[in-house]
Structure formats: structure tokens, C-alpha cells
Write a protein that binds this ligand. Sequence first.
Ligand code: GTP
Ligand code: ZN
Length: 378
Amino acid sequence: MDGMVMEDEDDCPELVPIDTQPGPPAEQIPVTIITGYLGAGKTTLLNYILTEQHNKRIAVILNEFGEGSALEKSLAVSQAGELYEEWLELRNGCLCCSVKDNGLKAIENLMEKKGKFDYILLETTGLADPGAVASMFWVDAELGSEIYLDGIVTVIDAKYGLQQLTEEKADRLVNEAARQIALADLTIINKVDLVNEEELIEVRDVVRSINGLAKILETQRSRVDLSEVLDLHCFDKNAGVDLAEKLQLVKSTKPHLDKSILTVTFEVAGDLSEDALNVFIQDLLWEKMFKNKEGQPMTVIRLKGIVSFAGKAHQVMLQGVHELYELNETPQLWEENQRINRLVFIGRNLDKDHLQEQFMSTVVQGAERNQPEGILSS
Ligand SMILES: Nc1nc2c(ncn2[C@@H]2O[C@H](COP(=O)(O)OP(=O)(O)OP(=O)(O)O)[C@@H](O)[C@H]2O)c(=O)[nH]1
Ligand SMILES: [Zn+2]
């Protein structure tokens, strides 16, 4: 248990046991990923945070990782009004591995030269898939990096967001704007000055229909309460208590605009077999074995949950970003006879009934089981 699991590909690290310390050590530096479609207000948000926040040394990274095939990319880091540039070498065109090796190294080099930052804000370009960038920081924290992923913030243009979300995509491609919303821990609907109340409600409904879990803020010029954006600890197992509460409020959504991406959530009482759960998740995320009624494979972009393992007194937090997932014991103890697994899946072609049916097969049955099993609600 307590480990990062990833697909076993040649260039990628293998299953790595991690320490069982609760939460990131104090000296680790949080990185918040700021994503969102072209022109939504990401840079405006960065600048706002930089001007509002005076007691943190914040480094800003502008990410071009996801784009082009150039062999070198610059990593611009600005701090206290000064701009530094580091060059990244992209090996063999494999962005995932190059970014992982060099992106973090560049940041760490920079810290050696310029002194430690307290916080890193990373703006992805509007068309990038922030999932790849998020995975890199997430994995690296497990490998003992100085940097950990705090949260994924997606900025949405109140005026053009809907249009961006409905842009036709070639058959198998996911609309990037929708994917960015699906990945978010927090969404910010910006430019509220440009729309009327009705239009705003429409955008809000669509955002909610894609991601039923992320909090939604509404802003003008990306002016937010910084405490709602920074230090969210979304990937931290100590956030398990908050997550457990939040999951109780999440509702499954109906497709709204972008037909394919939505949120599915359910609760199942009882204890799970850890092995069976791993098989279920891997079949879902890696093998894409589960199909909807139209025969299309279910694709999960983001996954969160609190689960109960047979024989474990503590709650276990489940987190997934694309094909990476993690199970971590939280400090939270189960109350007797209150062991309820709560899961939230955000992705395409999700069929709730089928997913829940498959999940039920991970519940420990018969003599092994020490809790009553059954569906509580949905
Ligand atoms: N009317 C209005 N304009 C805004 C608001 N927020 C940002 N803008 C403007 O929208 C434009 C795009 O803002 P940016 O912050 O550069 O957006 P971005 O997401 O960083 O854009 P790219 O990096 O190009 O994808 C700029 O001209 C901003 O001044 C807002 O709340 N209302
Ligand atoms: Zn920008």
C-alpha cells in the first residue's frame, strides 16, 4: 500500500515504495499548476497573485513543454520582477521523460543559484494538456523531490468558454478546454464583467456538468482570495478528511455541452480487497477494459475517492490523474459500521451503472467480510 503506481513502460520509473510520513515535509515547495484555454486569464491570475502576495518568494514558470518538436525549450522563471531563463534539452522527443528529467532539474538548479522559493506557480500554455505536467510533479514528489504538486487550477473565459468547449474536435480527440476543466481541483470563471447573469449561469452549469467535484470561483481580472488558490494540498493525504466530506456532496452529472466528459460518483458500503481494487483501477485506467453502452471505452481523466480496505482501521485516499493513481492511508480512522467507499470519476464515455457494478466486485464477500455490503445511495 501507500505507493504510486504507474504503467510499466521502458523509460518510466517502476513501482516505488514511498515513505509513510503524513504529508509533505515542511521544506518541500508547493507547485500550483495554472491552466486554461487561450486568453482565459492565466497570466492575469499570476500577476495578481504576485502583486497581492508579499510574504512569499514565488517563482513563476511559463511552460511550453507540451508544444512543438523543438529540441530545446526555455523555462522562464521570474522572481521579484526579474526574469531568469533556463534551457531544457528534450531527449528523443519524449516529452514526458525529458520534462521530468530536465524540467525539475532546471528548477532545482535555479533554486541553488537564486535561493529557495517558497512557492511555484506554473502556467501551462492554453493548448497544453496539463495532465502530463501535473503527473510529472506528482510522481516526482514521491521520488523525494523538493517540489510537490499542490493543486490544478483551471481558468475559464466567461465569455468565450462555452464556444471553446464546443469546438469540434477530430473524432477521437478530447476537447482541450473540457479536459482542462476535468482535471481541475479548482476552476475560476473569469471575465464575469463581459457576460450577463444568464450567460454566467450557463457557463457555470457547463463547468459543473464536466467536473462535479472542483470548486468554482467567479472573478473579474482573476482577482481571487489567495487562500482559495494557494496551499490547497489537493494531493496530500492529510487532505483526506476534507475530501471525505466533499465527496458526500458530489453528484453525478449529465452531459451538457461537451457530450463526452462528465462526472460519475457513487457510494458503496463495506470493505474492499486491496488487490481487487488495484485490478479494477488498472483495468479501468490502463487497459481501458470497461465500455459504455455504445461500446466506447471509458476514459478517466481524474479520479478521487475514499475507500475502506478489509482489516485496515484507517481511511485510504485514492487519487488519479490520467493513468497514474495512488492509494494512501490517511490519518483518519473509520468509525465502526460507517465504512463507506466514495468514488468520483471524471472522464469520457462513463457509464455509471457499469462502473459501479465492476467496482462492487472489489467488495470483500462472505466469511472474509466484516461489514455489511450494499449500495447505499448514488
Ligand atoms: N474584460 C476582461 N478582460 C480580462 C479579464 N481578465 C483578463 N482579461 C484580459 O484578457 C486578455 C487575456 O488575458 P491573459 O491573462 O493574458 O490570458 P492567458 O490565459 O494568460 O492567455 P494566453 O497565455 O495567451 O493563453 C488580456 O487582454 C487581459 O487583460 C477580465 O476579467 N475581464
Ligand atoms: Zn498567459
